[in-house]
Design a protein around this ligand. Sequence first.
Ligand SMILES: [Fe+2]
Length: 445
Amino acid sequence: MRFDRSAAAAWYRRNRARSRALFDLLDEETYYSRPIALRHPIVFYEGHLPGFSFNTLIKKGLGRPSIDARLETLFARGIDPHEATANKARLPGAAGAPGRPEGWPSRDEVHAFADEADRQVLDALLNADVDRPGDPLLDRAEAVFTILEHEAMHQETLLYMWHRLPLAQKRAPAGYRPRVGAAPPRSEWIEIPPGCATLGVDRDAHPFGWDNEHPALSANVPAFAIERHDVTNERFLDFVDAGGYADPQWWRPADWEWLQREAIAHPLFWERHDEAWHWRGMFHLVPLPPAWPVYVSHAEAAAYASWRDARLPTEAEFQRAAYGSPEGERQHPWGDAPPDAARGVFDFSSWDPEAAGSHPDGASAWGVEDLVGNGWEWTATTFGPFPGFTAMPSYPEYSADFFDDEHMVMKGASTATARELLRPTFRNWFRARYPYVYATFRCAR
Ligand SMILES: [Fe+2]
């Protein structure tokens, strides 16, 4: 596992080009807006991505001086969905220049800062000693992989925010239309035999993983049944039409209280227009596609499962269903071939989900489909450390701040998950009542 600096530089350039393309989807007037109330305004993220990379690799890793200490502090930390509600107190807010709240820089200032950060990061990737055995941040080039995966993950969280902006403030890429046509598959249960599932991996056994993926851990998983497909909009509509959002017996008390407080009566991605359900896509409002996986919070997924007299799979069951086989575990559900668009909807191959059942080439050894791609999958497992966990020096708060029994593990991938993140041990997590993410589910029993 030799560190390949030209591959790292190419990935960094690829990340920066994609981030630029995502910001280019938006009208200029959105720049200081805050599409999700708990998150920063959009300006923050354009500075945060290069700012985090510069701070982690150049300042902390290599000990080099600042570009602009004020901007580096301002852009230091995102309130990512995986970064909860920390840090709200010191956000700029009051009105400053017309259209620009006090404390935020102009877009030209952000671009000048980003250009210099990119220049220094790329120079370090190509020329500096960024792979130093025994160094806390640079052992196995940890800070390099940290910045590369950090930006890739943020691209997905940017899209959650873009999703909430008015459609008129976004420009769809030329020729893009949501792929809505297919008929929904039947509901079908698949029996998974008992066996072993790998949850964690030793740090030395792969080029990079986040601290919450380490160390090695495996679980014995008893036999269980799981649905072949994600729960579709059509199936979830049965629950809505049956009055599921009005009946407390299906909801955990805190989830029920959330429904009442927020007056929630349907999934956030559904909207009612002209007395018919529609799906709010990234760029289009479309009549509710019955075959698409429903996107819901963990609270809604769990309520639906209990209405079906079923439950959500555990993280270990997901691993067994996705990566297990009669011969041993695989690198991907479909085997060891690299990810490509035939295997599932991920790596920005679509701006919206696609029909359940449309990627049979991505099925696992047991025939379970879409486990990786087309929406993260909620599990019944609370996010926590594996025994022997230690926080990573390059980003010590990445996981440890969220071991609070409030965050639930999601596995798999969404349409907006980069291919570089598709490894069996990768874990994602959100609060149970956070409805903005591209997350779906399937039932187990
Ligand atoms: Fe971040």
